[in-house]
Design a protein around this ligand. Structure first.
Ligand SMILES: Nc1ncnc2c1ncn2[C@@H]1O[C@H](COP(=O)(O)OP(=O)(O)O)[C@@H](O)[C@H]1O
Ligand SMILES: [Mg+2]
Length: 251
């Protein structure tokens, strides 16, 4: 266990869909776990749930919807991945997306540990309800103008509800001339930059294998940046694995 780290509910939000929230939630959870912080990932994207699918779980009940409808203890719904990660899945069927998330915090509190909530995209009601349940937020964006513009709305919403924003994470950075520079991104967001995760084929490879890249490809650039972000959240310095530069060629 990490000293002086208090349990928190951390929301992973974004303006746009497809920017990597679910992938980042899984891998931030993995990185925190590796650093000694037990945690549970909660699928908050109840209308388009795919956290459990992305980790290869076939048996998908009970879910968050069942917890809330039947007043169950959340521990009954936790699934454990082969890596040790723990998740609270949402139902994947079309007709279960209309649960009111207003009271979700009440159902999560019995877990008594750090929770990472994978948000739906955008600023609709479910996002607001989840934001209210969180202690702090991380906003994910890609370095493109459209993604950033939508993330600015999410940032505004968080400020409106006085939710502490831990910072932004830029994902899928290629660093070519079609992207905003890191300086531009930071100036426009007016918030701390927690890290920049590059576009990395190991991310899609690991997702295909239903594995977190932080476990499956620990020497990949994406894994190293995610470990660095998680260490930063714990106020710990991060030491990159030795000879990593060479190893990354073989990943
Ligand atoms: N850093 C990255 N490098 C390459 N592909 C990525 C990266 N991050 C996410 N992806 C890919 O982007 C797609 C969308 O990711 P996902 O986590 O489902 O986004 P969201 O939850 O925001 O909709 C997936 O195919 C995933 O493998
Ligand atoms: Mg998602």
């Amino acid at each position: 266990m990490v000293k002086n780290y208090s349990k928190k509910i951390i929301g992973i939000s974004s303006g746009k869909g497809g920017v990597g929230k679910t992938t980042f939630s899984i891998n931030l959870s993995s990185a925190l776990y590796k650093l000694g912080v037990p945690n549970v990932i909660v699928d908050g994207d109840i209308s388009n749930a795919n956290l459990s699918v992305q980790l290869g779980f076939k048996h998908n009940i009970p879910t968050i919807q069942d917890l809330m409808e039947e007043n169950l203890n959340p521990r009954y719904a936790i699934r454990i991945h082969s890596t040790g990660l723990r998740i609270l899945p949402a139902a994947i069927s079309l007709d279960r997306g209309d649960v009111d998330l207003k009271r979700i915090k009440k159902y999560l509190i019995p877990l008594q540990e750090t929770l990472i909530i994978d948000f739906p995209p955008g600023v609709a009601k479910n996002t607001v309800d989840l934001m209210r349940a969180c202690d702090e937020l991380i906003i994910l964006t890609t370095p493109e103008v459209a993604s950033l513009t939508d993330s600015l709305k999410t940032l505004d919403l968080a400020r409106k509800y006085k939710k502490p924003i831990k910072g932004i994470v830029v994902n899928r950075a290629v660093k070519d001339k079609y992207e905003l520079s890191i300086d531009e991104l930071q100036i426009m967001c007016e918030t701390k930059l927690l890290g920049v995760i590059p576009e990395d084929k190991n991310v899609r490879r690991a997702n295909f294998e239903c594995m977190p890249y932080v476990f499956r490809y620990p020497n990949s650039r994406a894994a190293i940046e995610t470990m660095r972000i998680a260490s930063g959240l714990l106020s710990k310095p991060y030491c990159e694995p030795k000879l990593n530069f060479l190893k990354s060629f073989f990943n």
